[in-house]
Design a protein around this ligand. Structure first.
Ligand SMILES: Nc1ncnc2c1ncn2[C@@H]1O[C@H](COP(=O)(O)OP(=O)(O)OP(=O)(O)O)[C@@H](O)[C@H]1O
Ligand SMILES: [Mg+2]
Length: 412
């Protein structure tokens, strides 16, 4: 019976590879190659149109990588089984692929029988999943239950880290951008969100152009999925960090409200390990909501009296908002050891310990901003870079402590 065949879609940007794989499968009577696609995006489209059992997926492709495509496909079609074909036997790729919902991982070029048995295994799985899906649909329909059809293994919720300074110009954006880069890795994918909706400059700091910003995302909040994110988020090419840029002009800021902003952050934290949010000093509804949903708040001060005074005010406000000190990491930026106001004195005075000190380095920081290349990209071994690395370390340690004490904030 024709429908008994395992229906396979091949996604690879190299025509020759597609053809070679097709040839390896063509004499298998139980396998039917129903289509091929030359890019990640095309792969998603073909998957939806063809509803195959198995997809053989390349990783590196120009418009959308195979891992992202896998994630989107698995969300749309949970029964479809993806087998990743990759040149390198890279553990990180493998982990990410598995997290994205891939079923199997083969080295390129695959051996004939290895490929065929992987396709058969995945084909069996697809059938079982289809049958299970059909059964579940019947159950949920009769119980009137939720329409969640995702087949993803539960991935731990990512952490929202807000970087805030009540005083302008203390280096909030500098810290947020470089911290996001320090936290970002293949295993802990990170997104940097600009919550300074009027004069946000995150995109400039990392030198990315964005025709899509949060203004385009906010009105489509109810259709939020990975595909839409992929369209709106900008990729920082050197690192792979994703950026959600601020509106392109200040008057557009009011097109985004706090409710939408929070929904976006909460969606992002399902996909990314860390959601780092840069903010503006003015306590808008949006900034207050971000405080509310953040797992950690990195509070920036300097050795100047106005900054210290404003820090005192914000620490008082946080107490009023019932945000515990365990959720705050107090940071002194632009630290100059020649100045009389020491971190210890500030800690004592404000009764909040300064956990990290980031030294002053005018030349390096100004240069990095003007070139649009954050120092964590090309200068991380300098003292400022080491300050940021130590902040990232403190964040990981604090999150681990909070988690083990089960004190992660209760979402309101
Ligand atoms: N560790 C540092 N050493 C030297 N200069 C620094 C340091 N951190 C930040 N700066 C400088 O401080 C200025 C302000 O930095 P940044 O834009 O990051 O601050 P901000 O708090 O985000 O400002 P805004 O209120 O405008 O958003 C920049 O000129 C930057 O070069
Ligand atoms: Mg800023």
């Amino acid at each position: 019976m024709a429908s008994d065949k395992i229906r396979v879609l091949i996604v690879d940007d190299v025509a020759e590879t597609r053809e070679n794989i097709r040839k390896l499968l063509q004499f298998e009577s139980d396998v039917d190659v129903v289509g091929t696609a030359g890019s990640g995006k095309e792969g998603v489209k073909s998957a939806v149109e063809l509803d195959p059992d198995v997809i053989l997926m390349d990783i590196n492709m120009p418009d959308m990588d195979g891992i992202t495509a896998t994630e989107i496909i698995r969300q749309k079609l949970p029964h479809v089984q993806v087998v990743i074909l990759s040149v390198q036997n890279d553990q990180n790729y493998m982990r990410r692929a598995m997290l994205a919902g891939a079923r199997d991982f083969l080295n390129k070029p695959p051996m004939g029988d290895e490929l065929i048995s992987a396709v058969r295994r995945a084909g069996d799985m697809a059938r079982a999943e289809r049958a299970k899906g059909a059964q579940q649909k019947m159950v949920t329909a009769s119980a009137g239950g939720s329409a969640m059809t995702s087949n993803f293994a539960p991935v731990p919720r990512g952490k929202i880290i807000m970087v805030y300074s009540p005083k302008g110009g203390t280096g909030c954006t500098t810290v947020a951008v470089n911290l996001a880069l320090a936290l970002h890795s293949d295993d802990t994918r990170t997104v940097l969100v600009d919550a300074n909706l009027q004069f946000g400059d995150v995109a400039i700091f990392v030198n990315v152009q964005s025709k899509n910003t949060i203004t385009e995302l906010a009105p489509r909040i109810d259709e939020l999925d990975n595909e839409l994110l992929e369209e709106i988020l900008v990729k920082h090419e050197t690192s792979g960090l994703r950026v959600l840029a601020a509106p392109s002009s200040p008057e557009m800021a009011e097109q985004v409200n706090a409710e939408q902003f929070v929904k976006i952050l909460q969606y992002l934290q399902q996909v990314y390990a860390y959601v780092v949010v840069d903010t503006s000093p003015i306590l808008t509804d949006i900034i207050l909501s971000v405080i509310d949903v953040s797992d950690l708040l990195v509070l920036i001060t300097t050795q100047e009296i106005p900054a210290i005074k404003s820090s005192r005010l914000i620490l008082d406000l946080l107490t009023t908002m019932r945000i515990g000190k365990e959720r705050v990491l107090f940071v002194m930026n632009r630290y100059d050891k020649e100045k009389r106001i020491t971190p210890e004195r500030v800690s004592e005075n404000l009764k909040c310990e300064i956990s990290t000190v980031v030294p002053f380095d005018d030349k390096l920081v100004t240069n990095s901003i003007n070139r649009g290349v954050p120092f964590m990209v090309d200068n991380k071994s300098q003292l400022v870079g080491r300050g940021i690395l130590s902040l990232a370390e403190s964040i990981r340690a604090r999150l681990a402590t909070l988690e083990s004490a089960d004190e992660i904030p209760i979402r309101r």
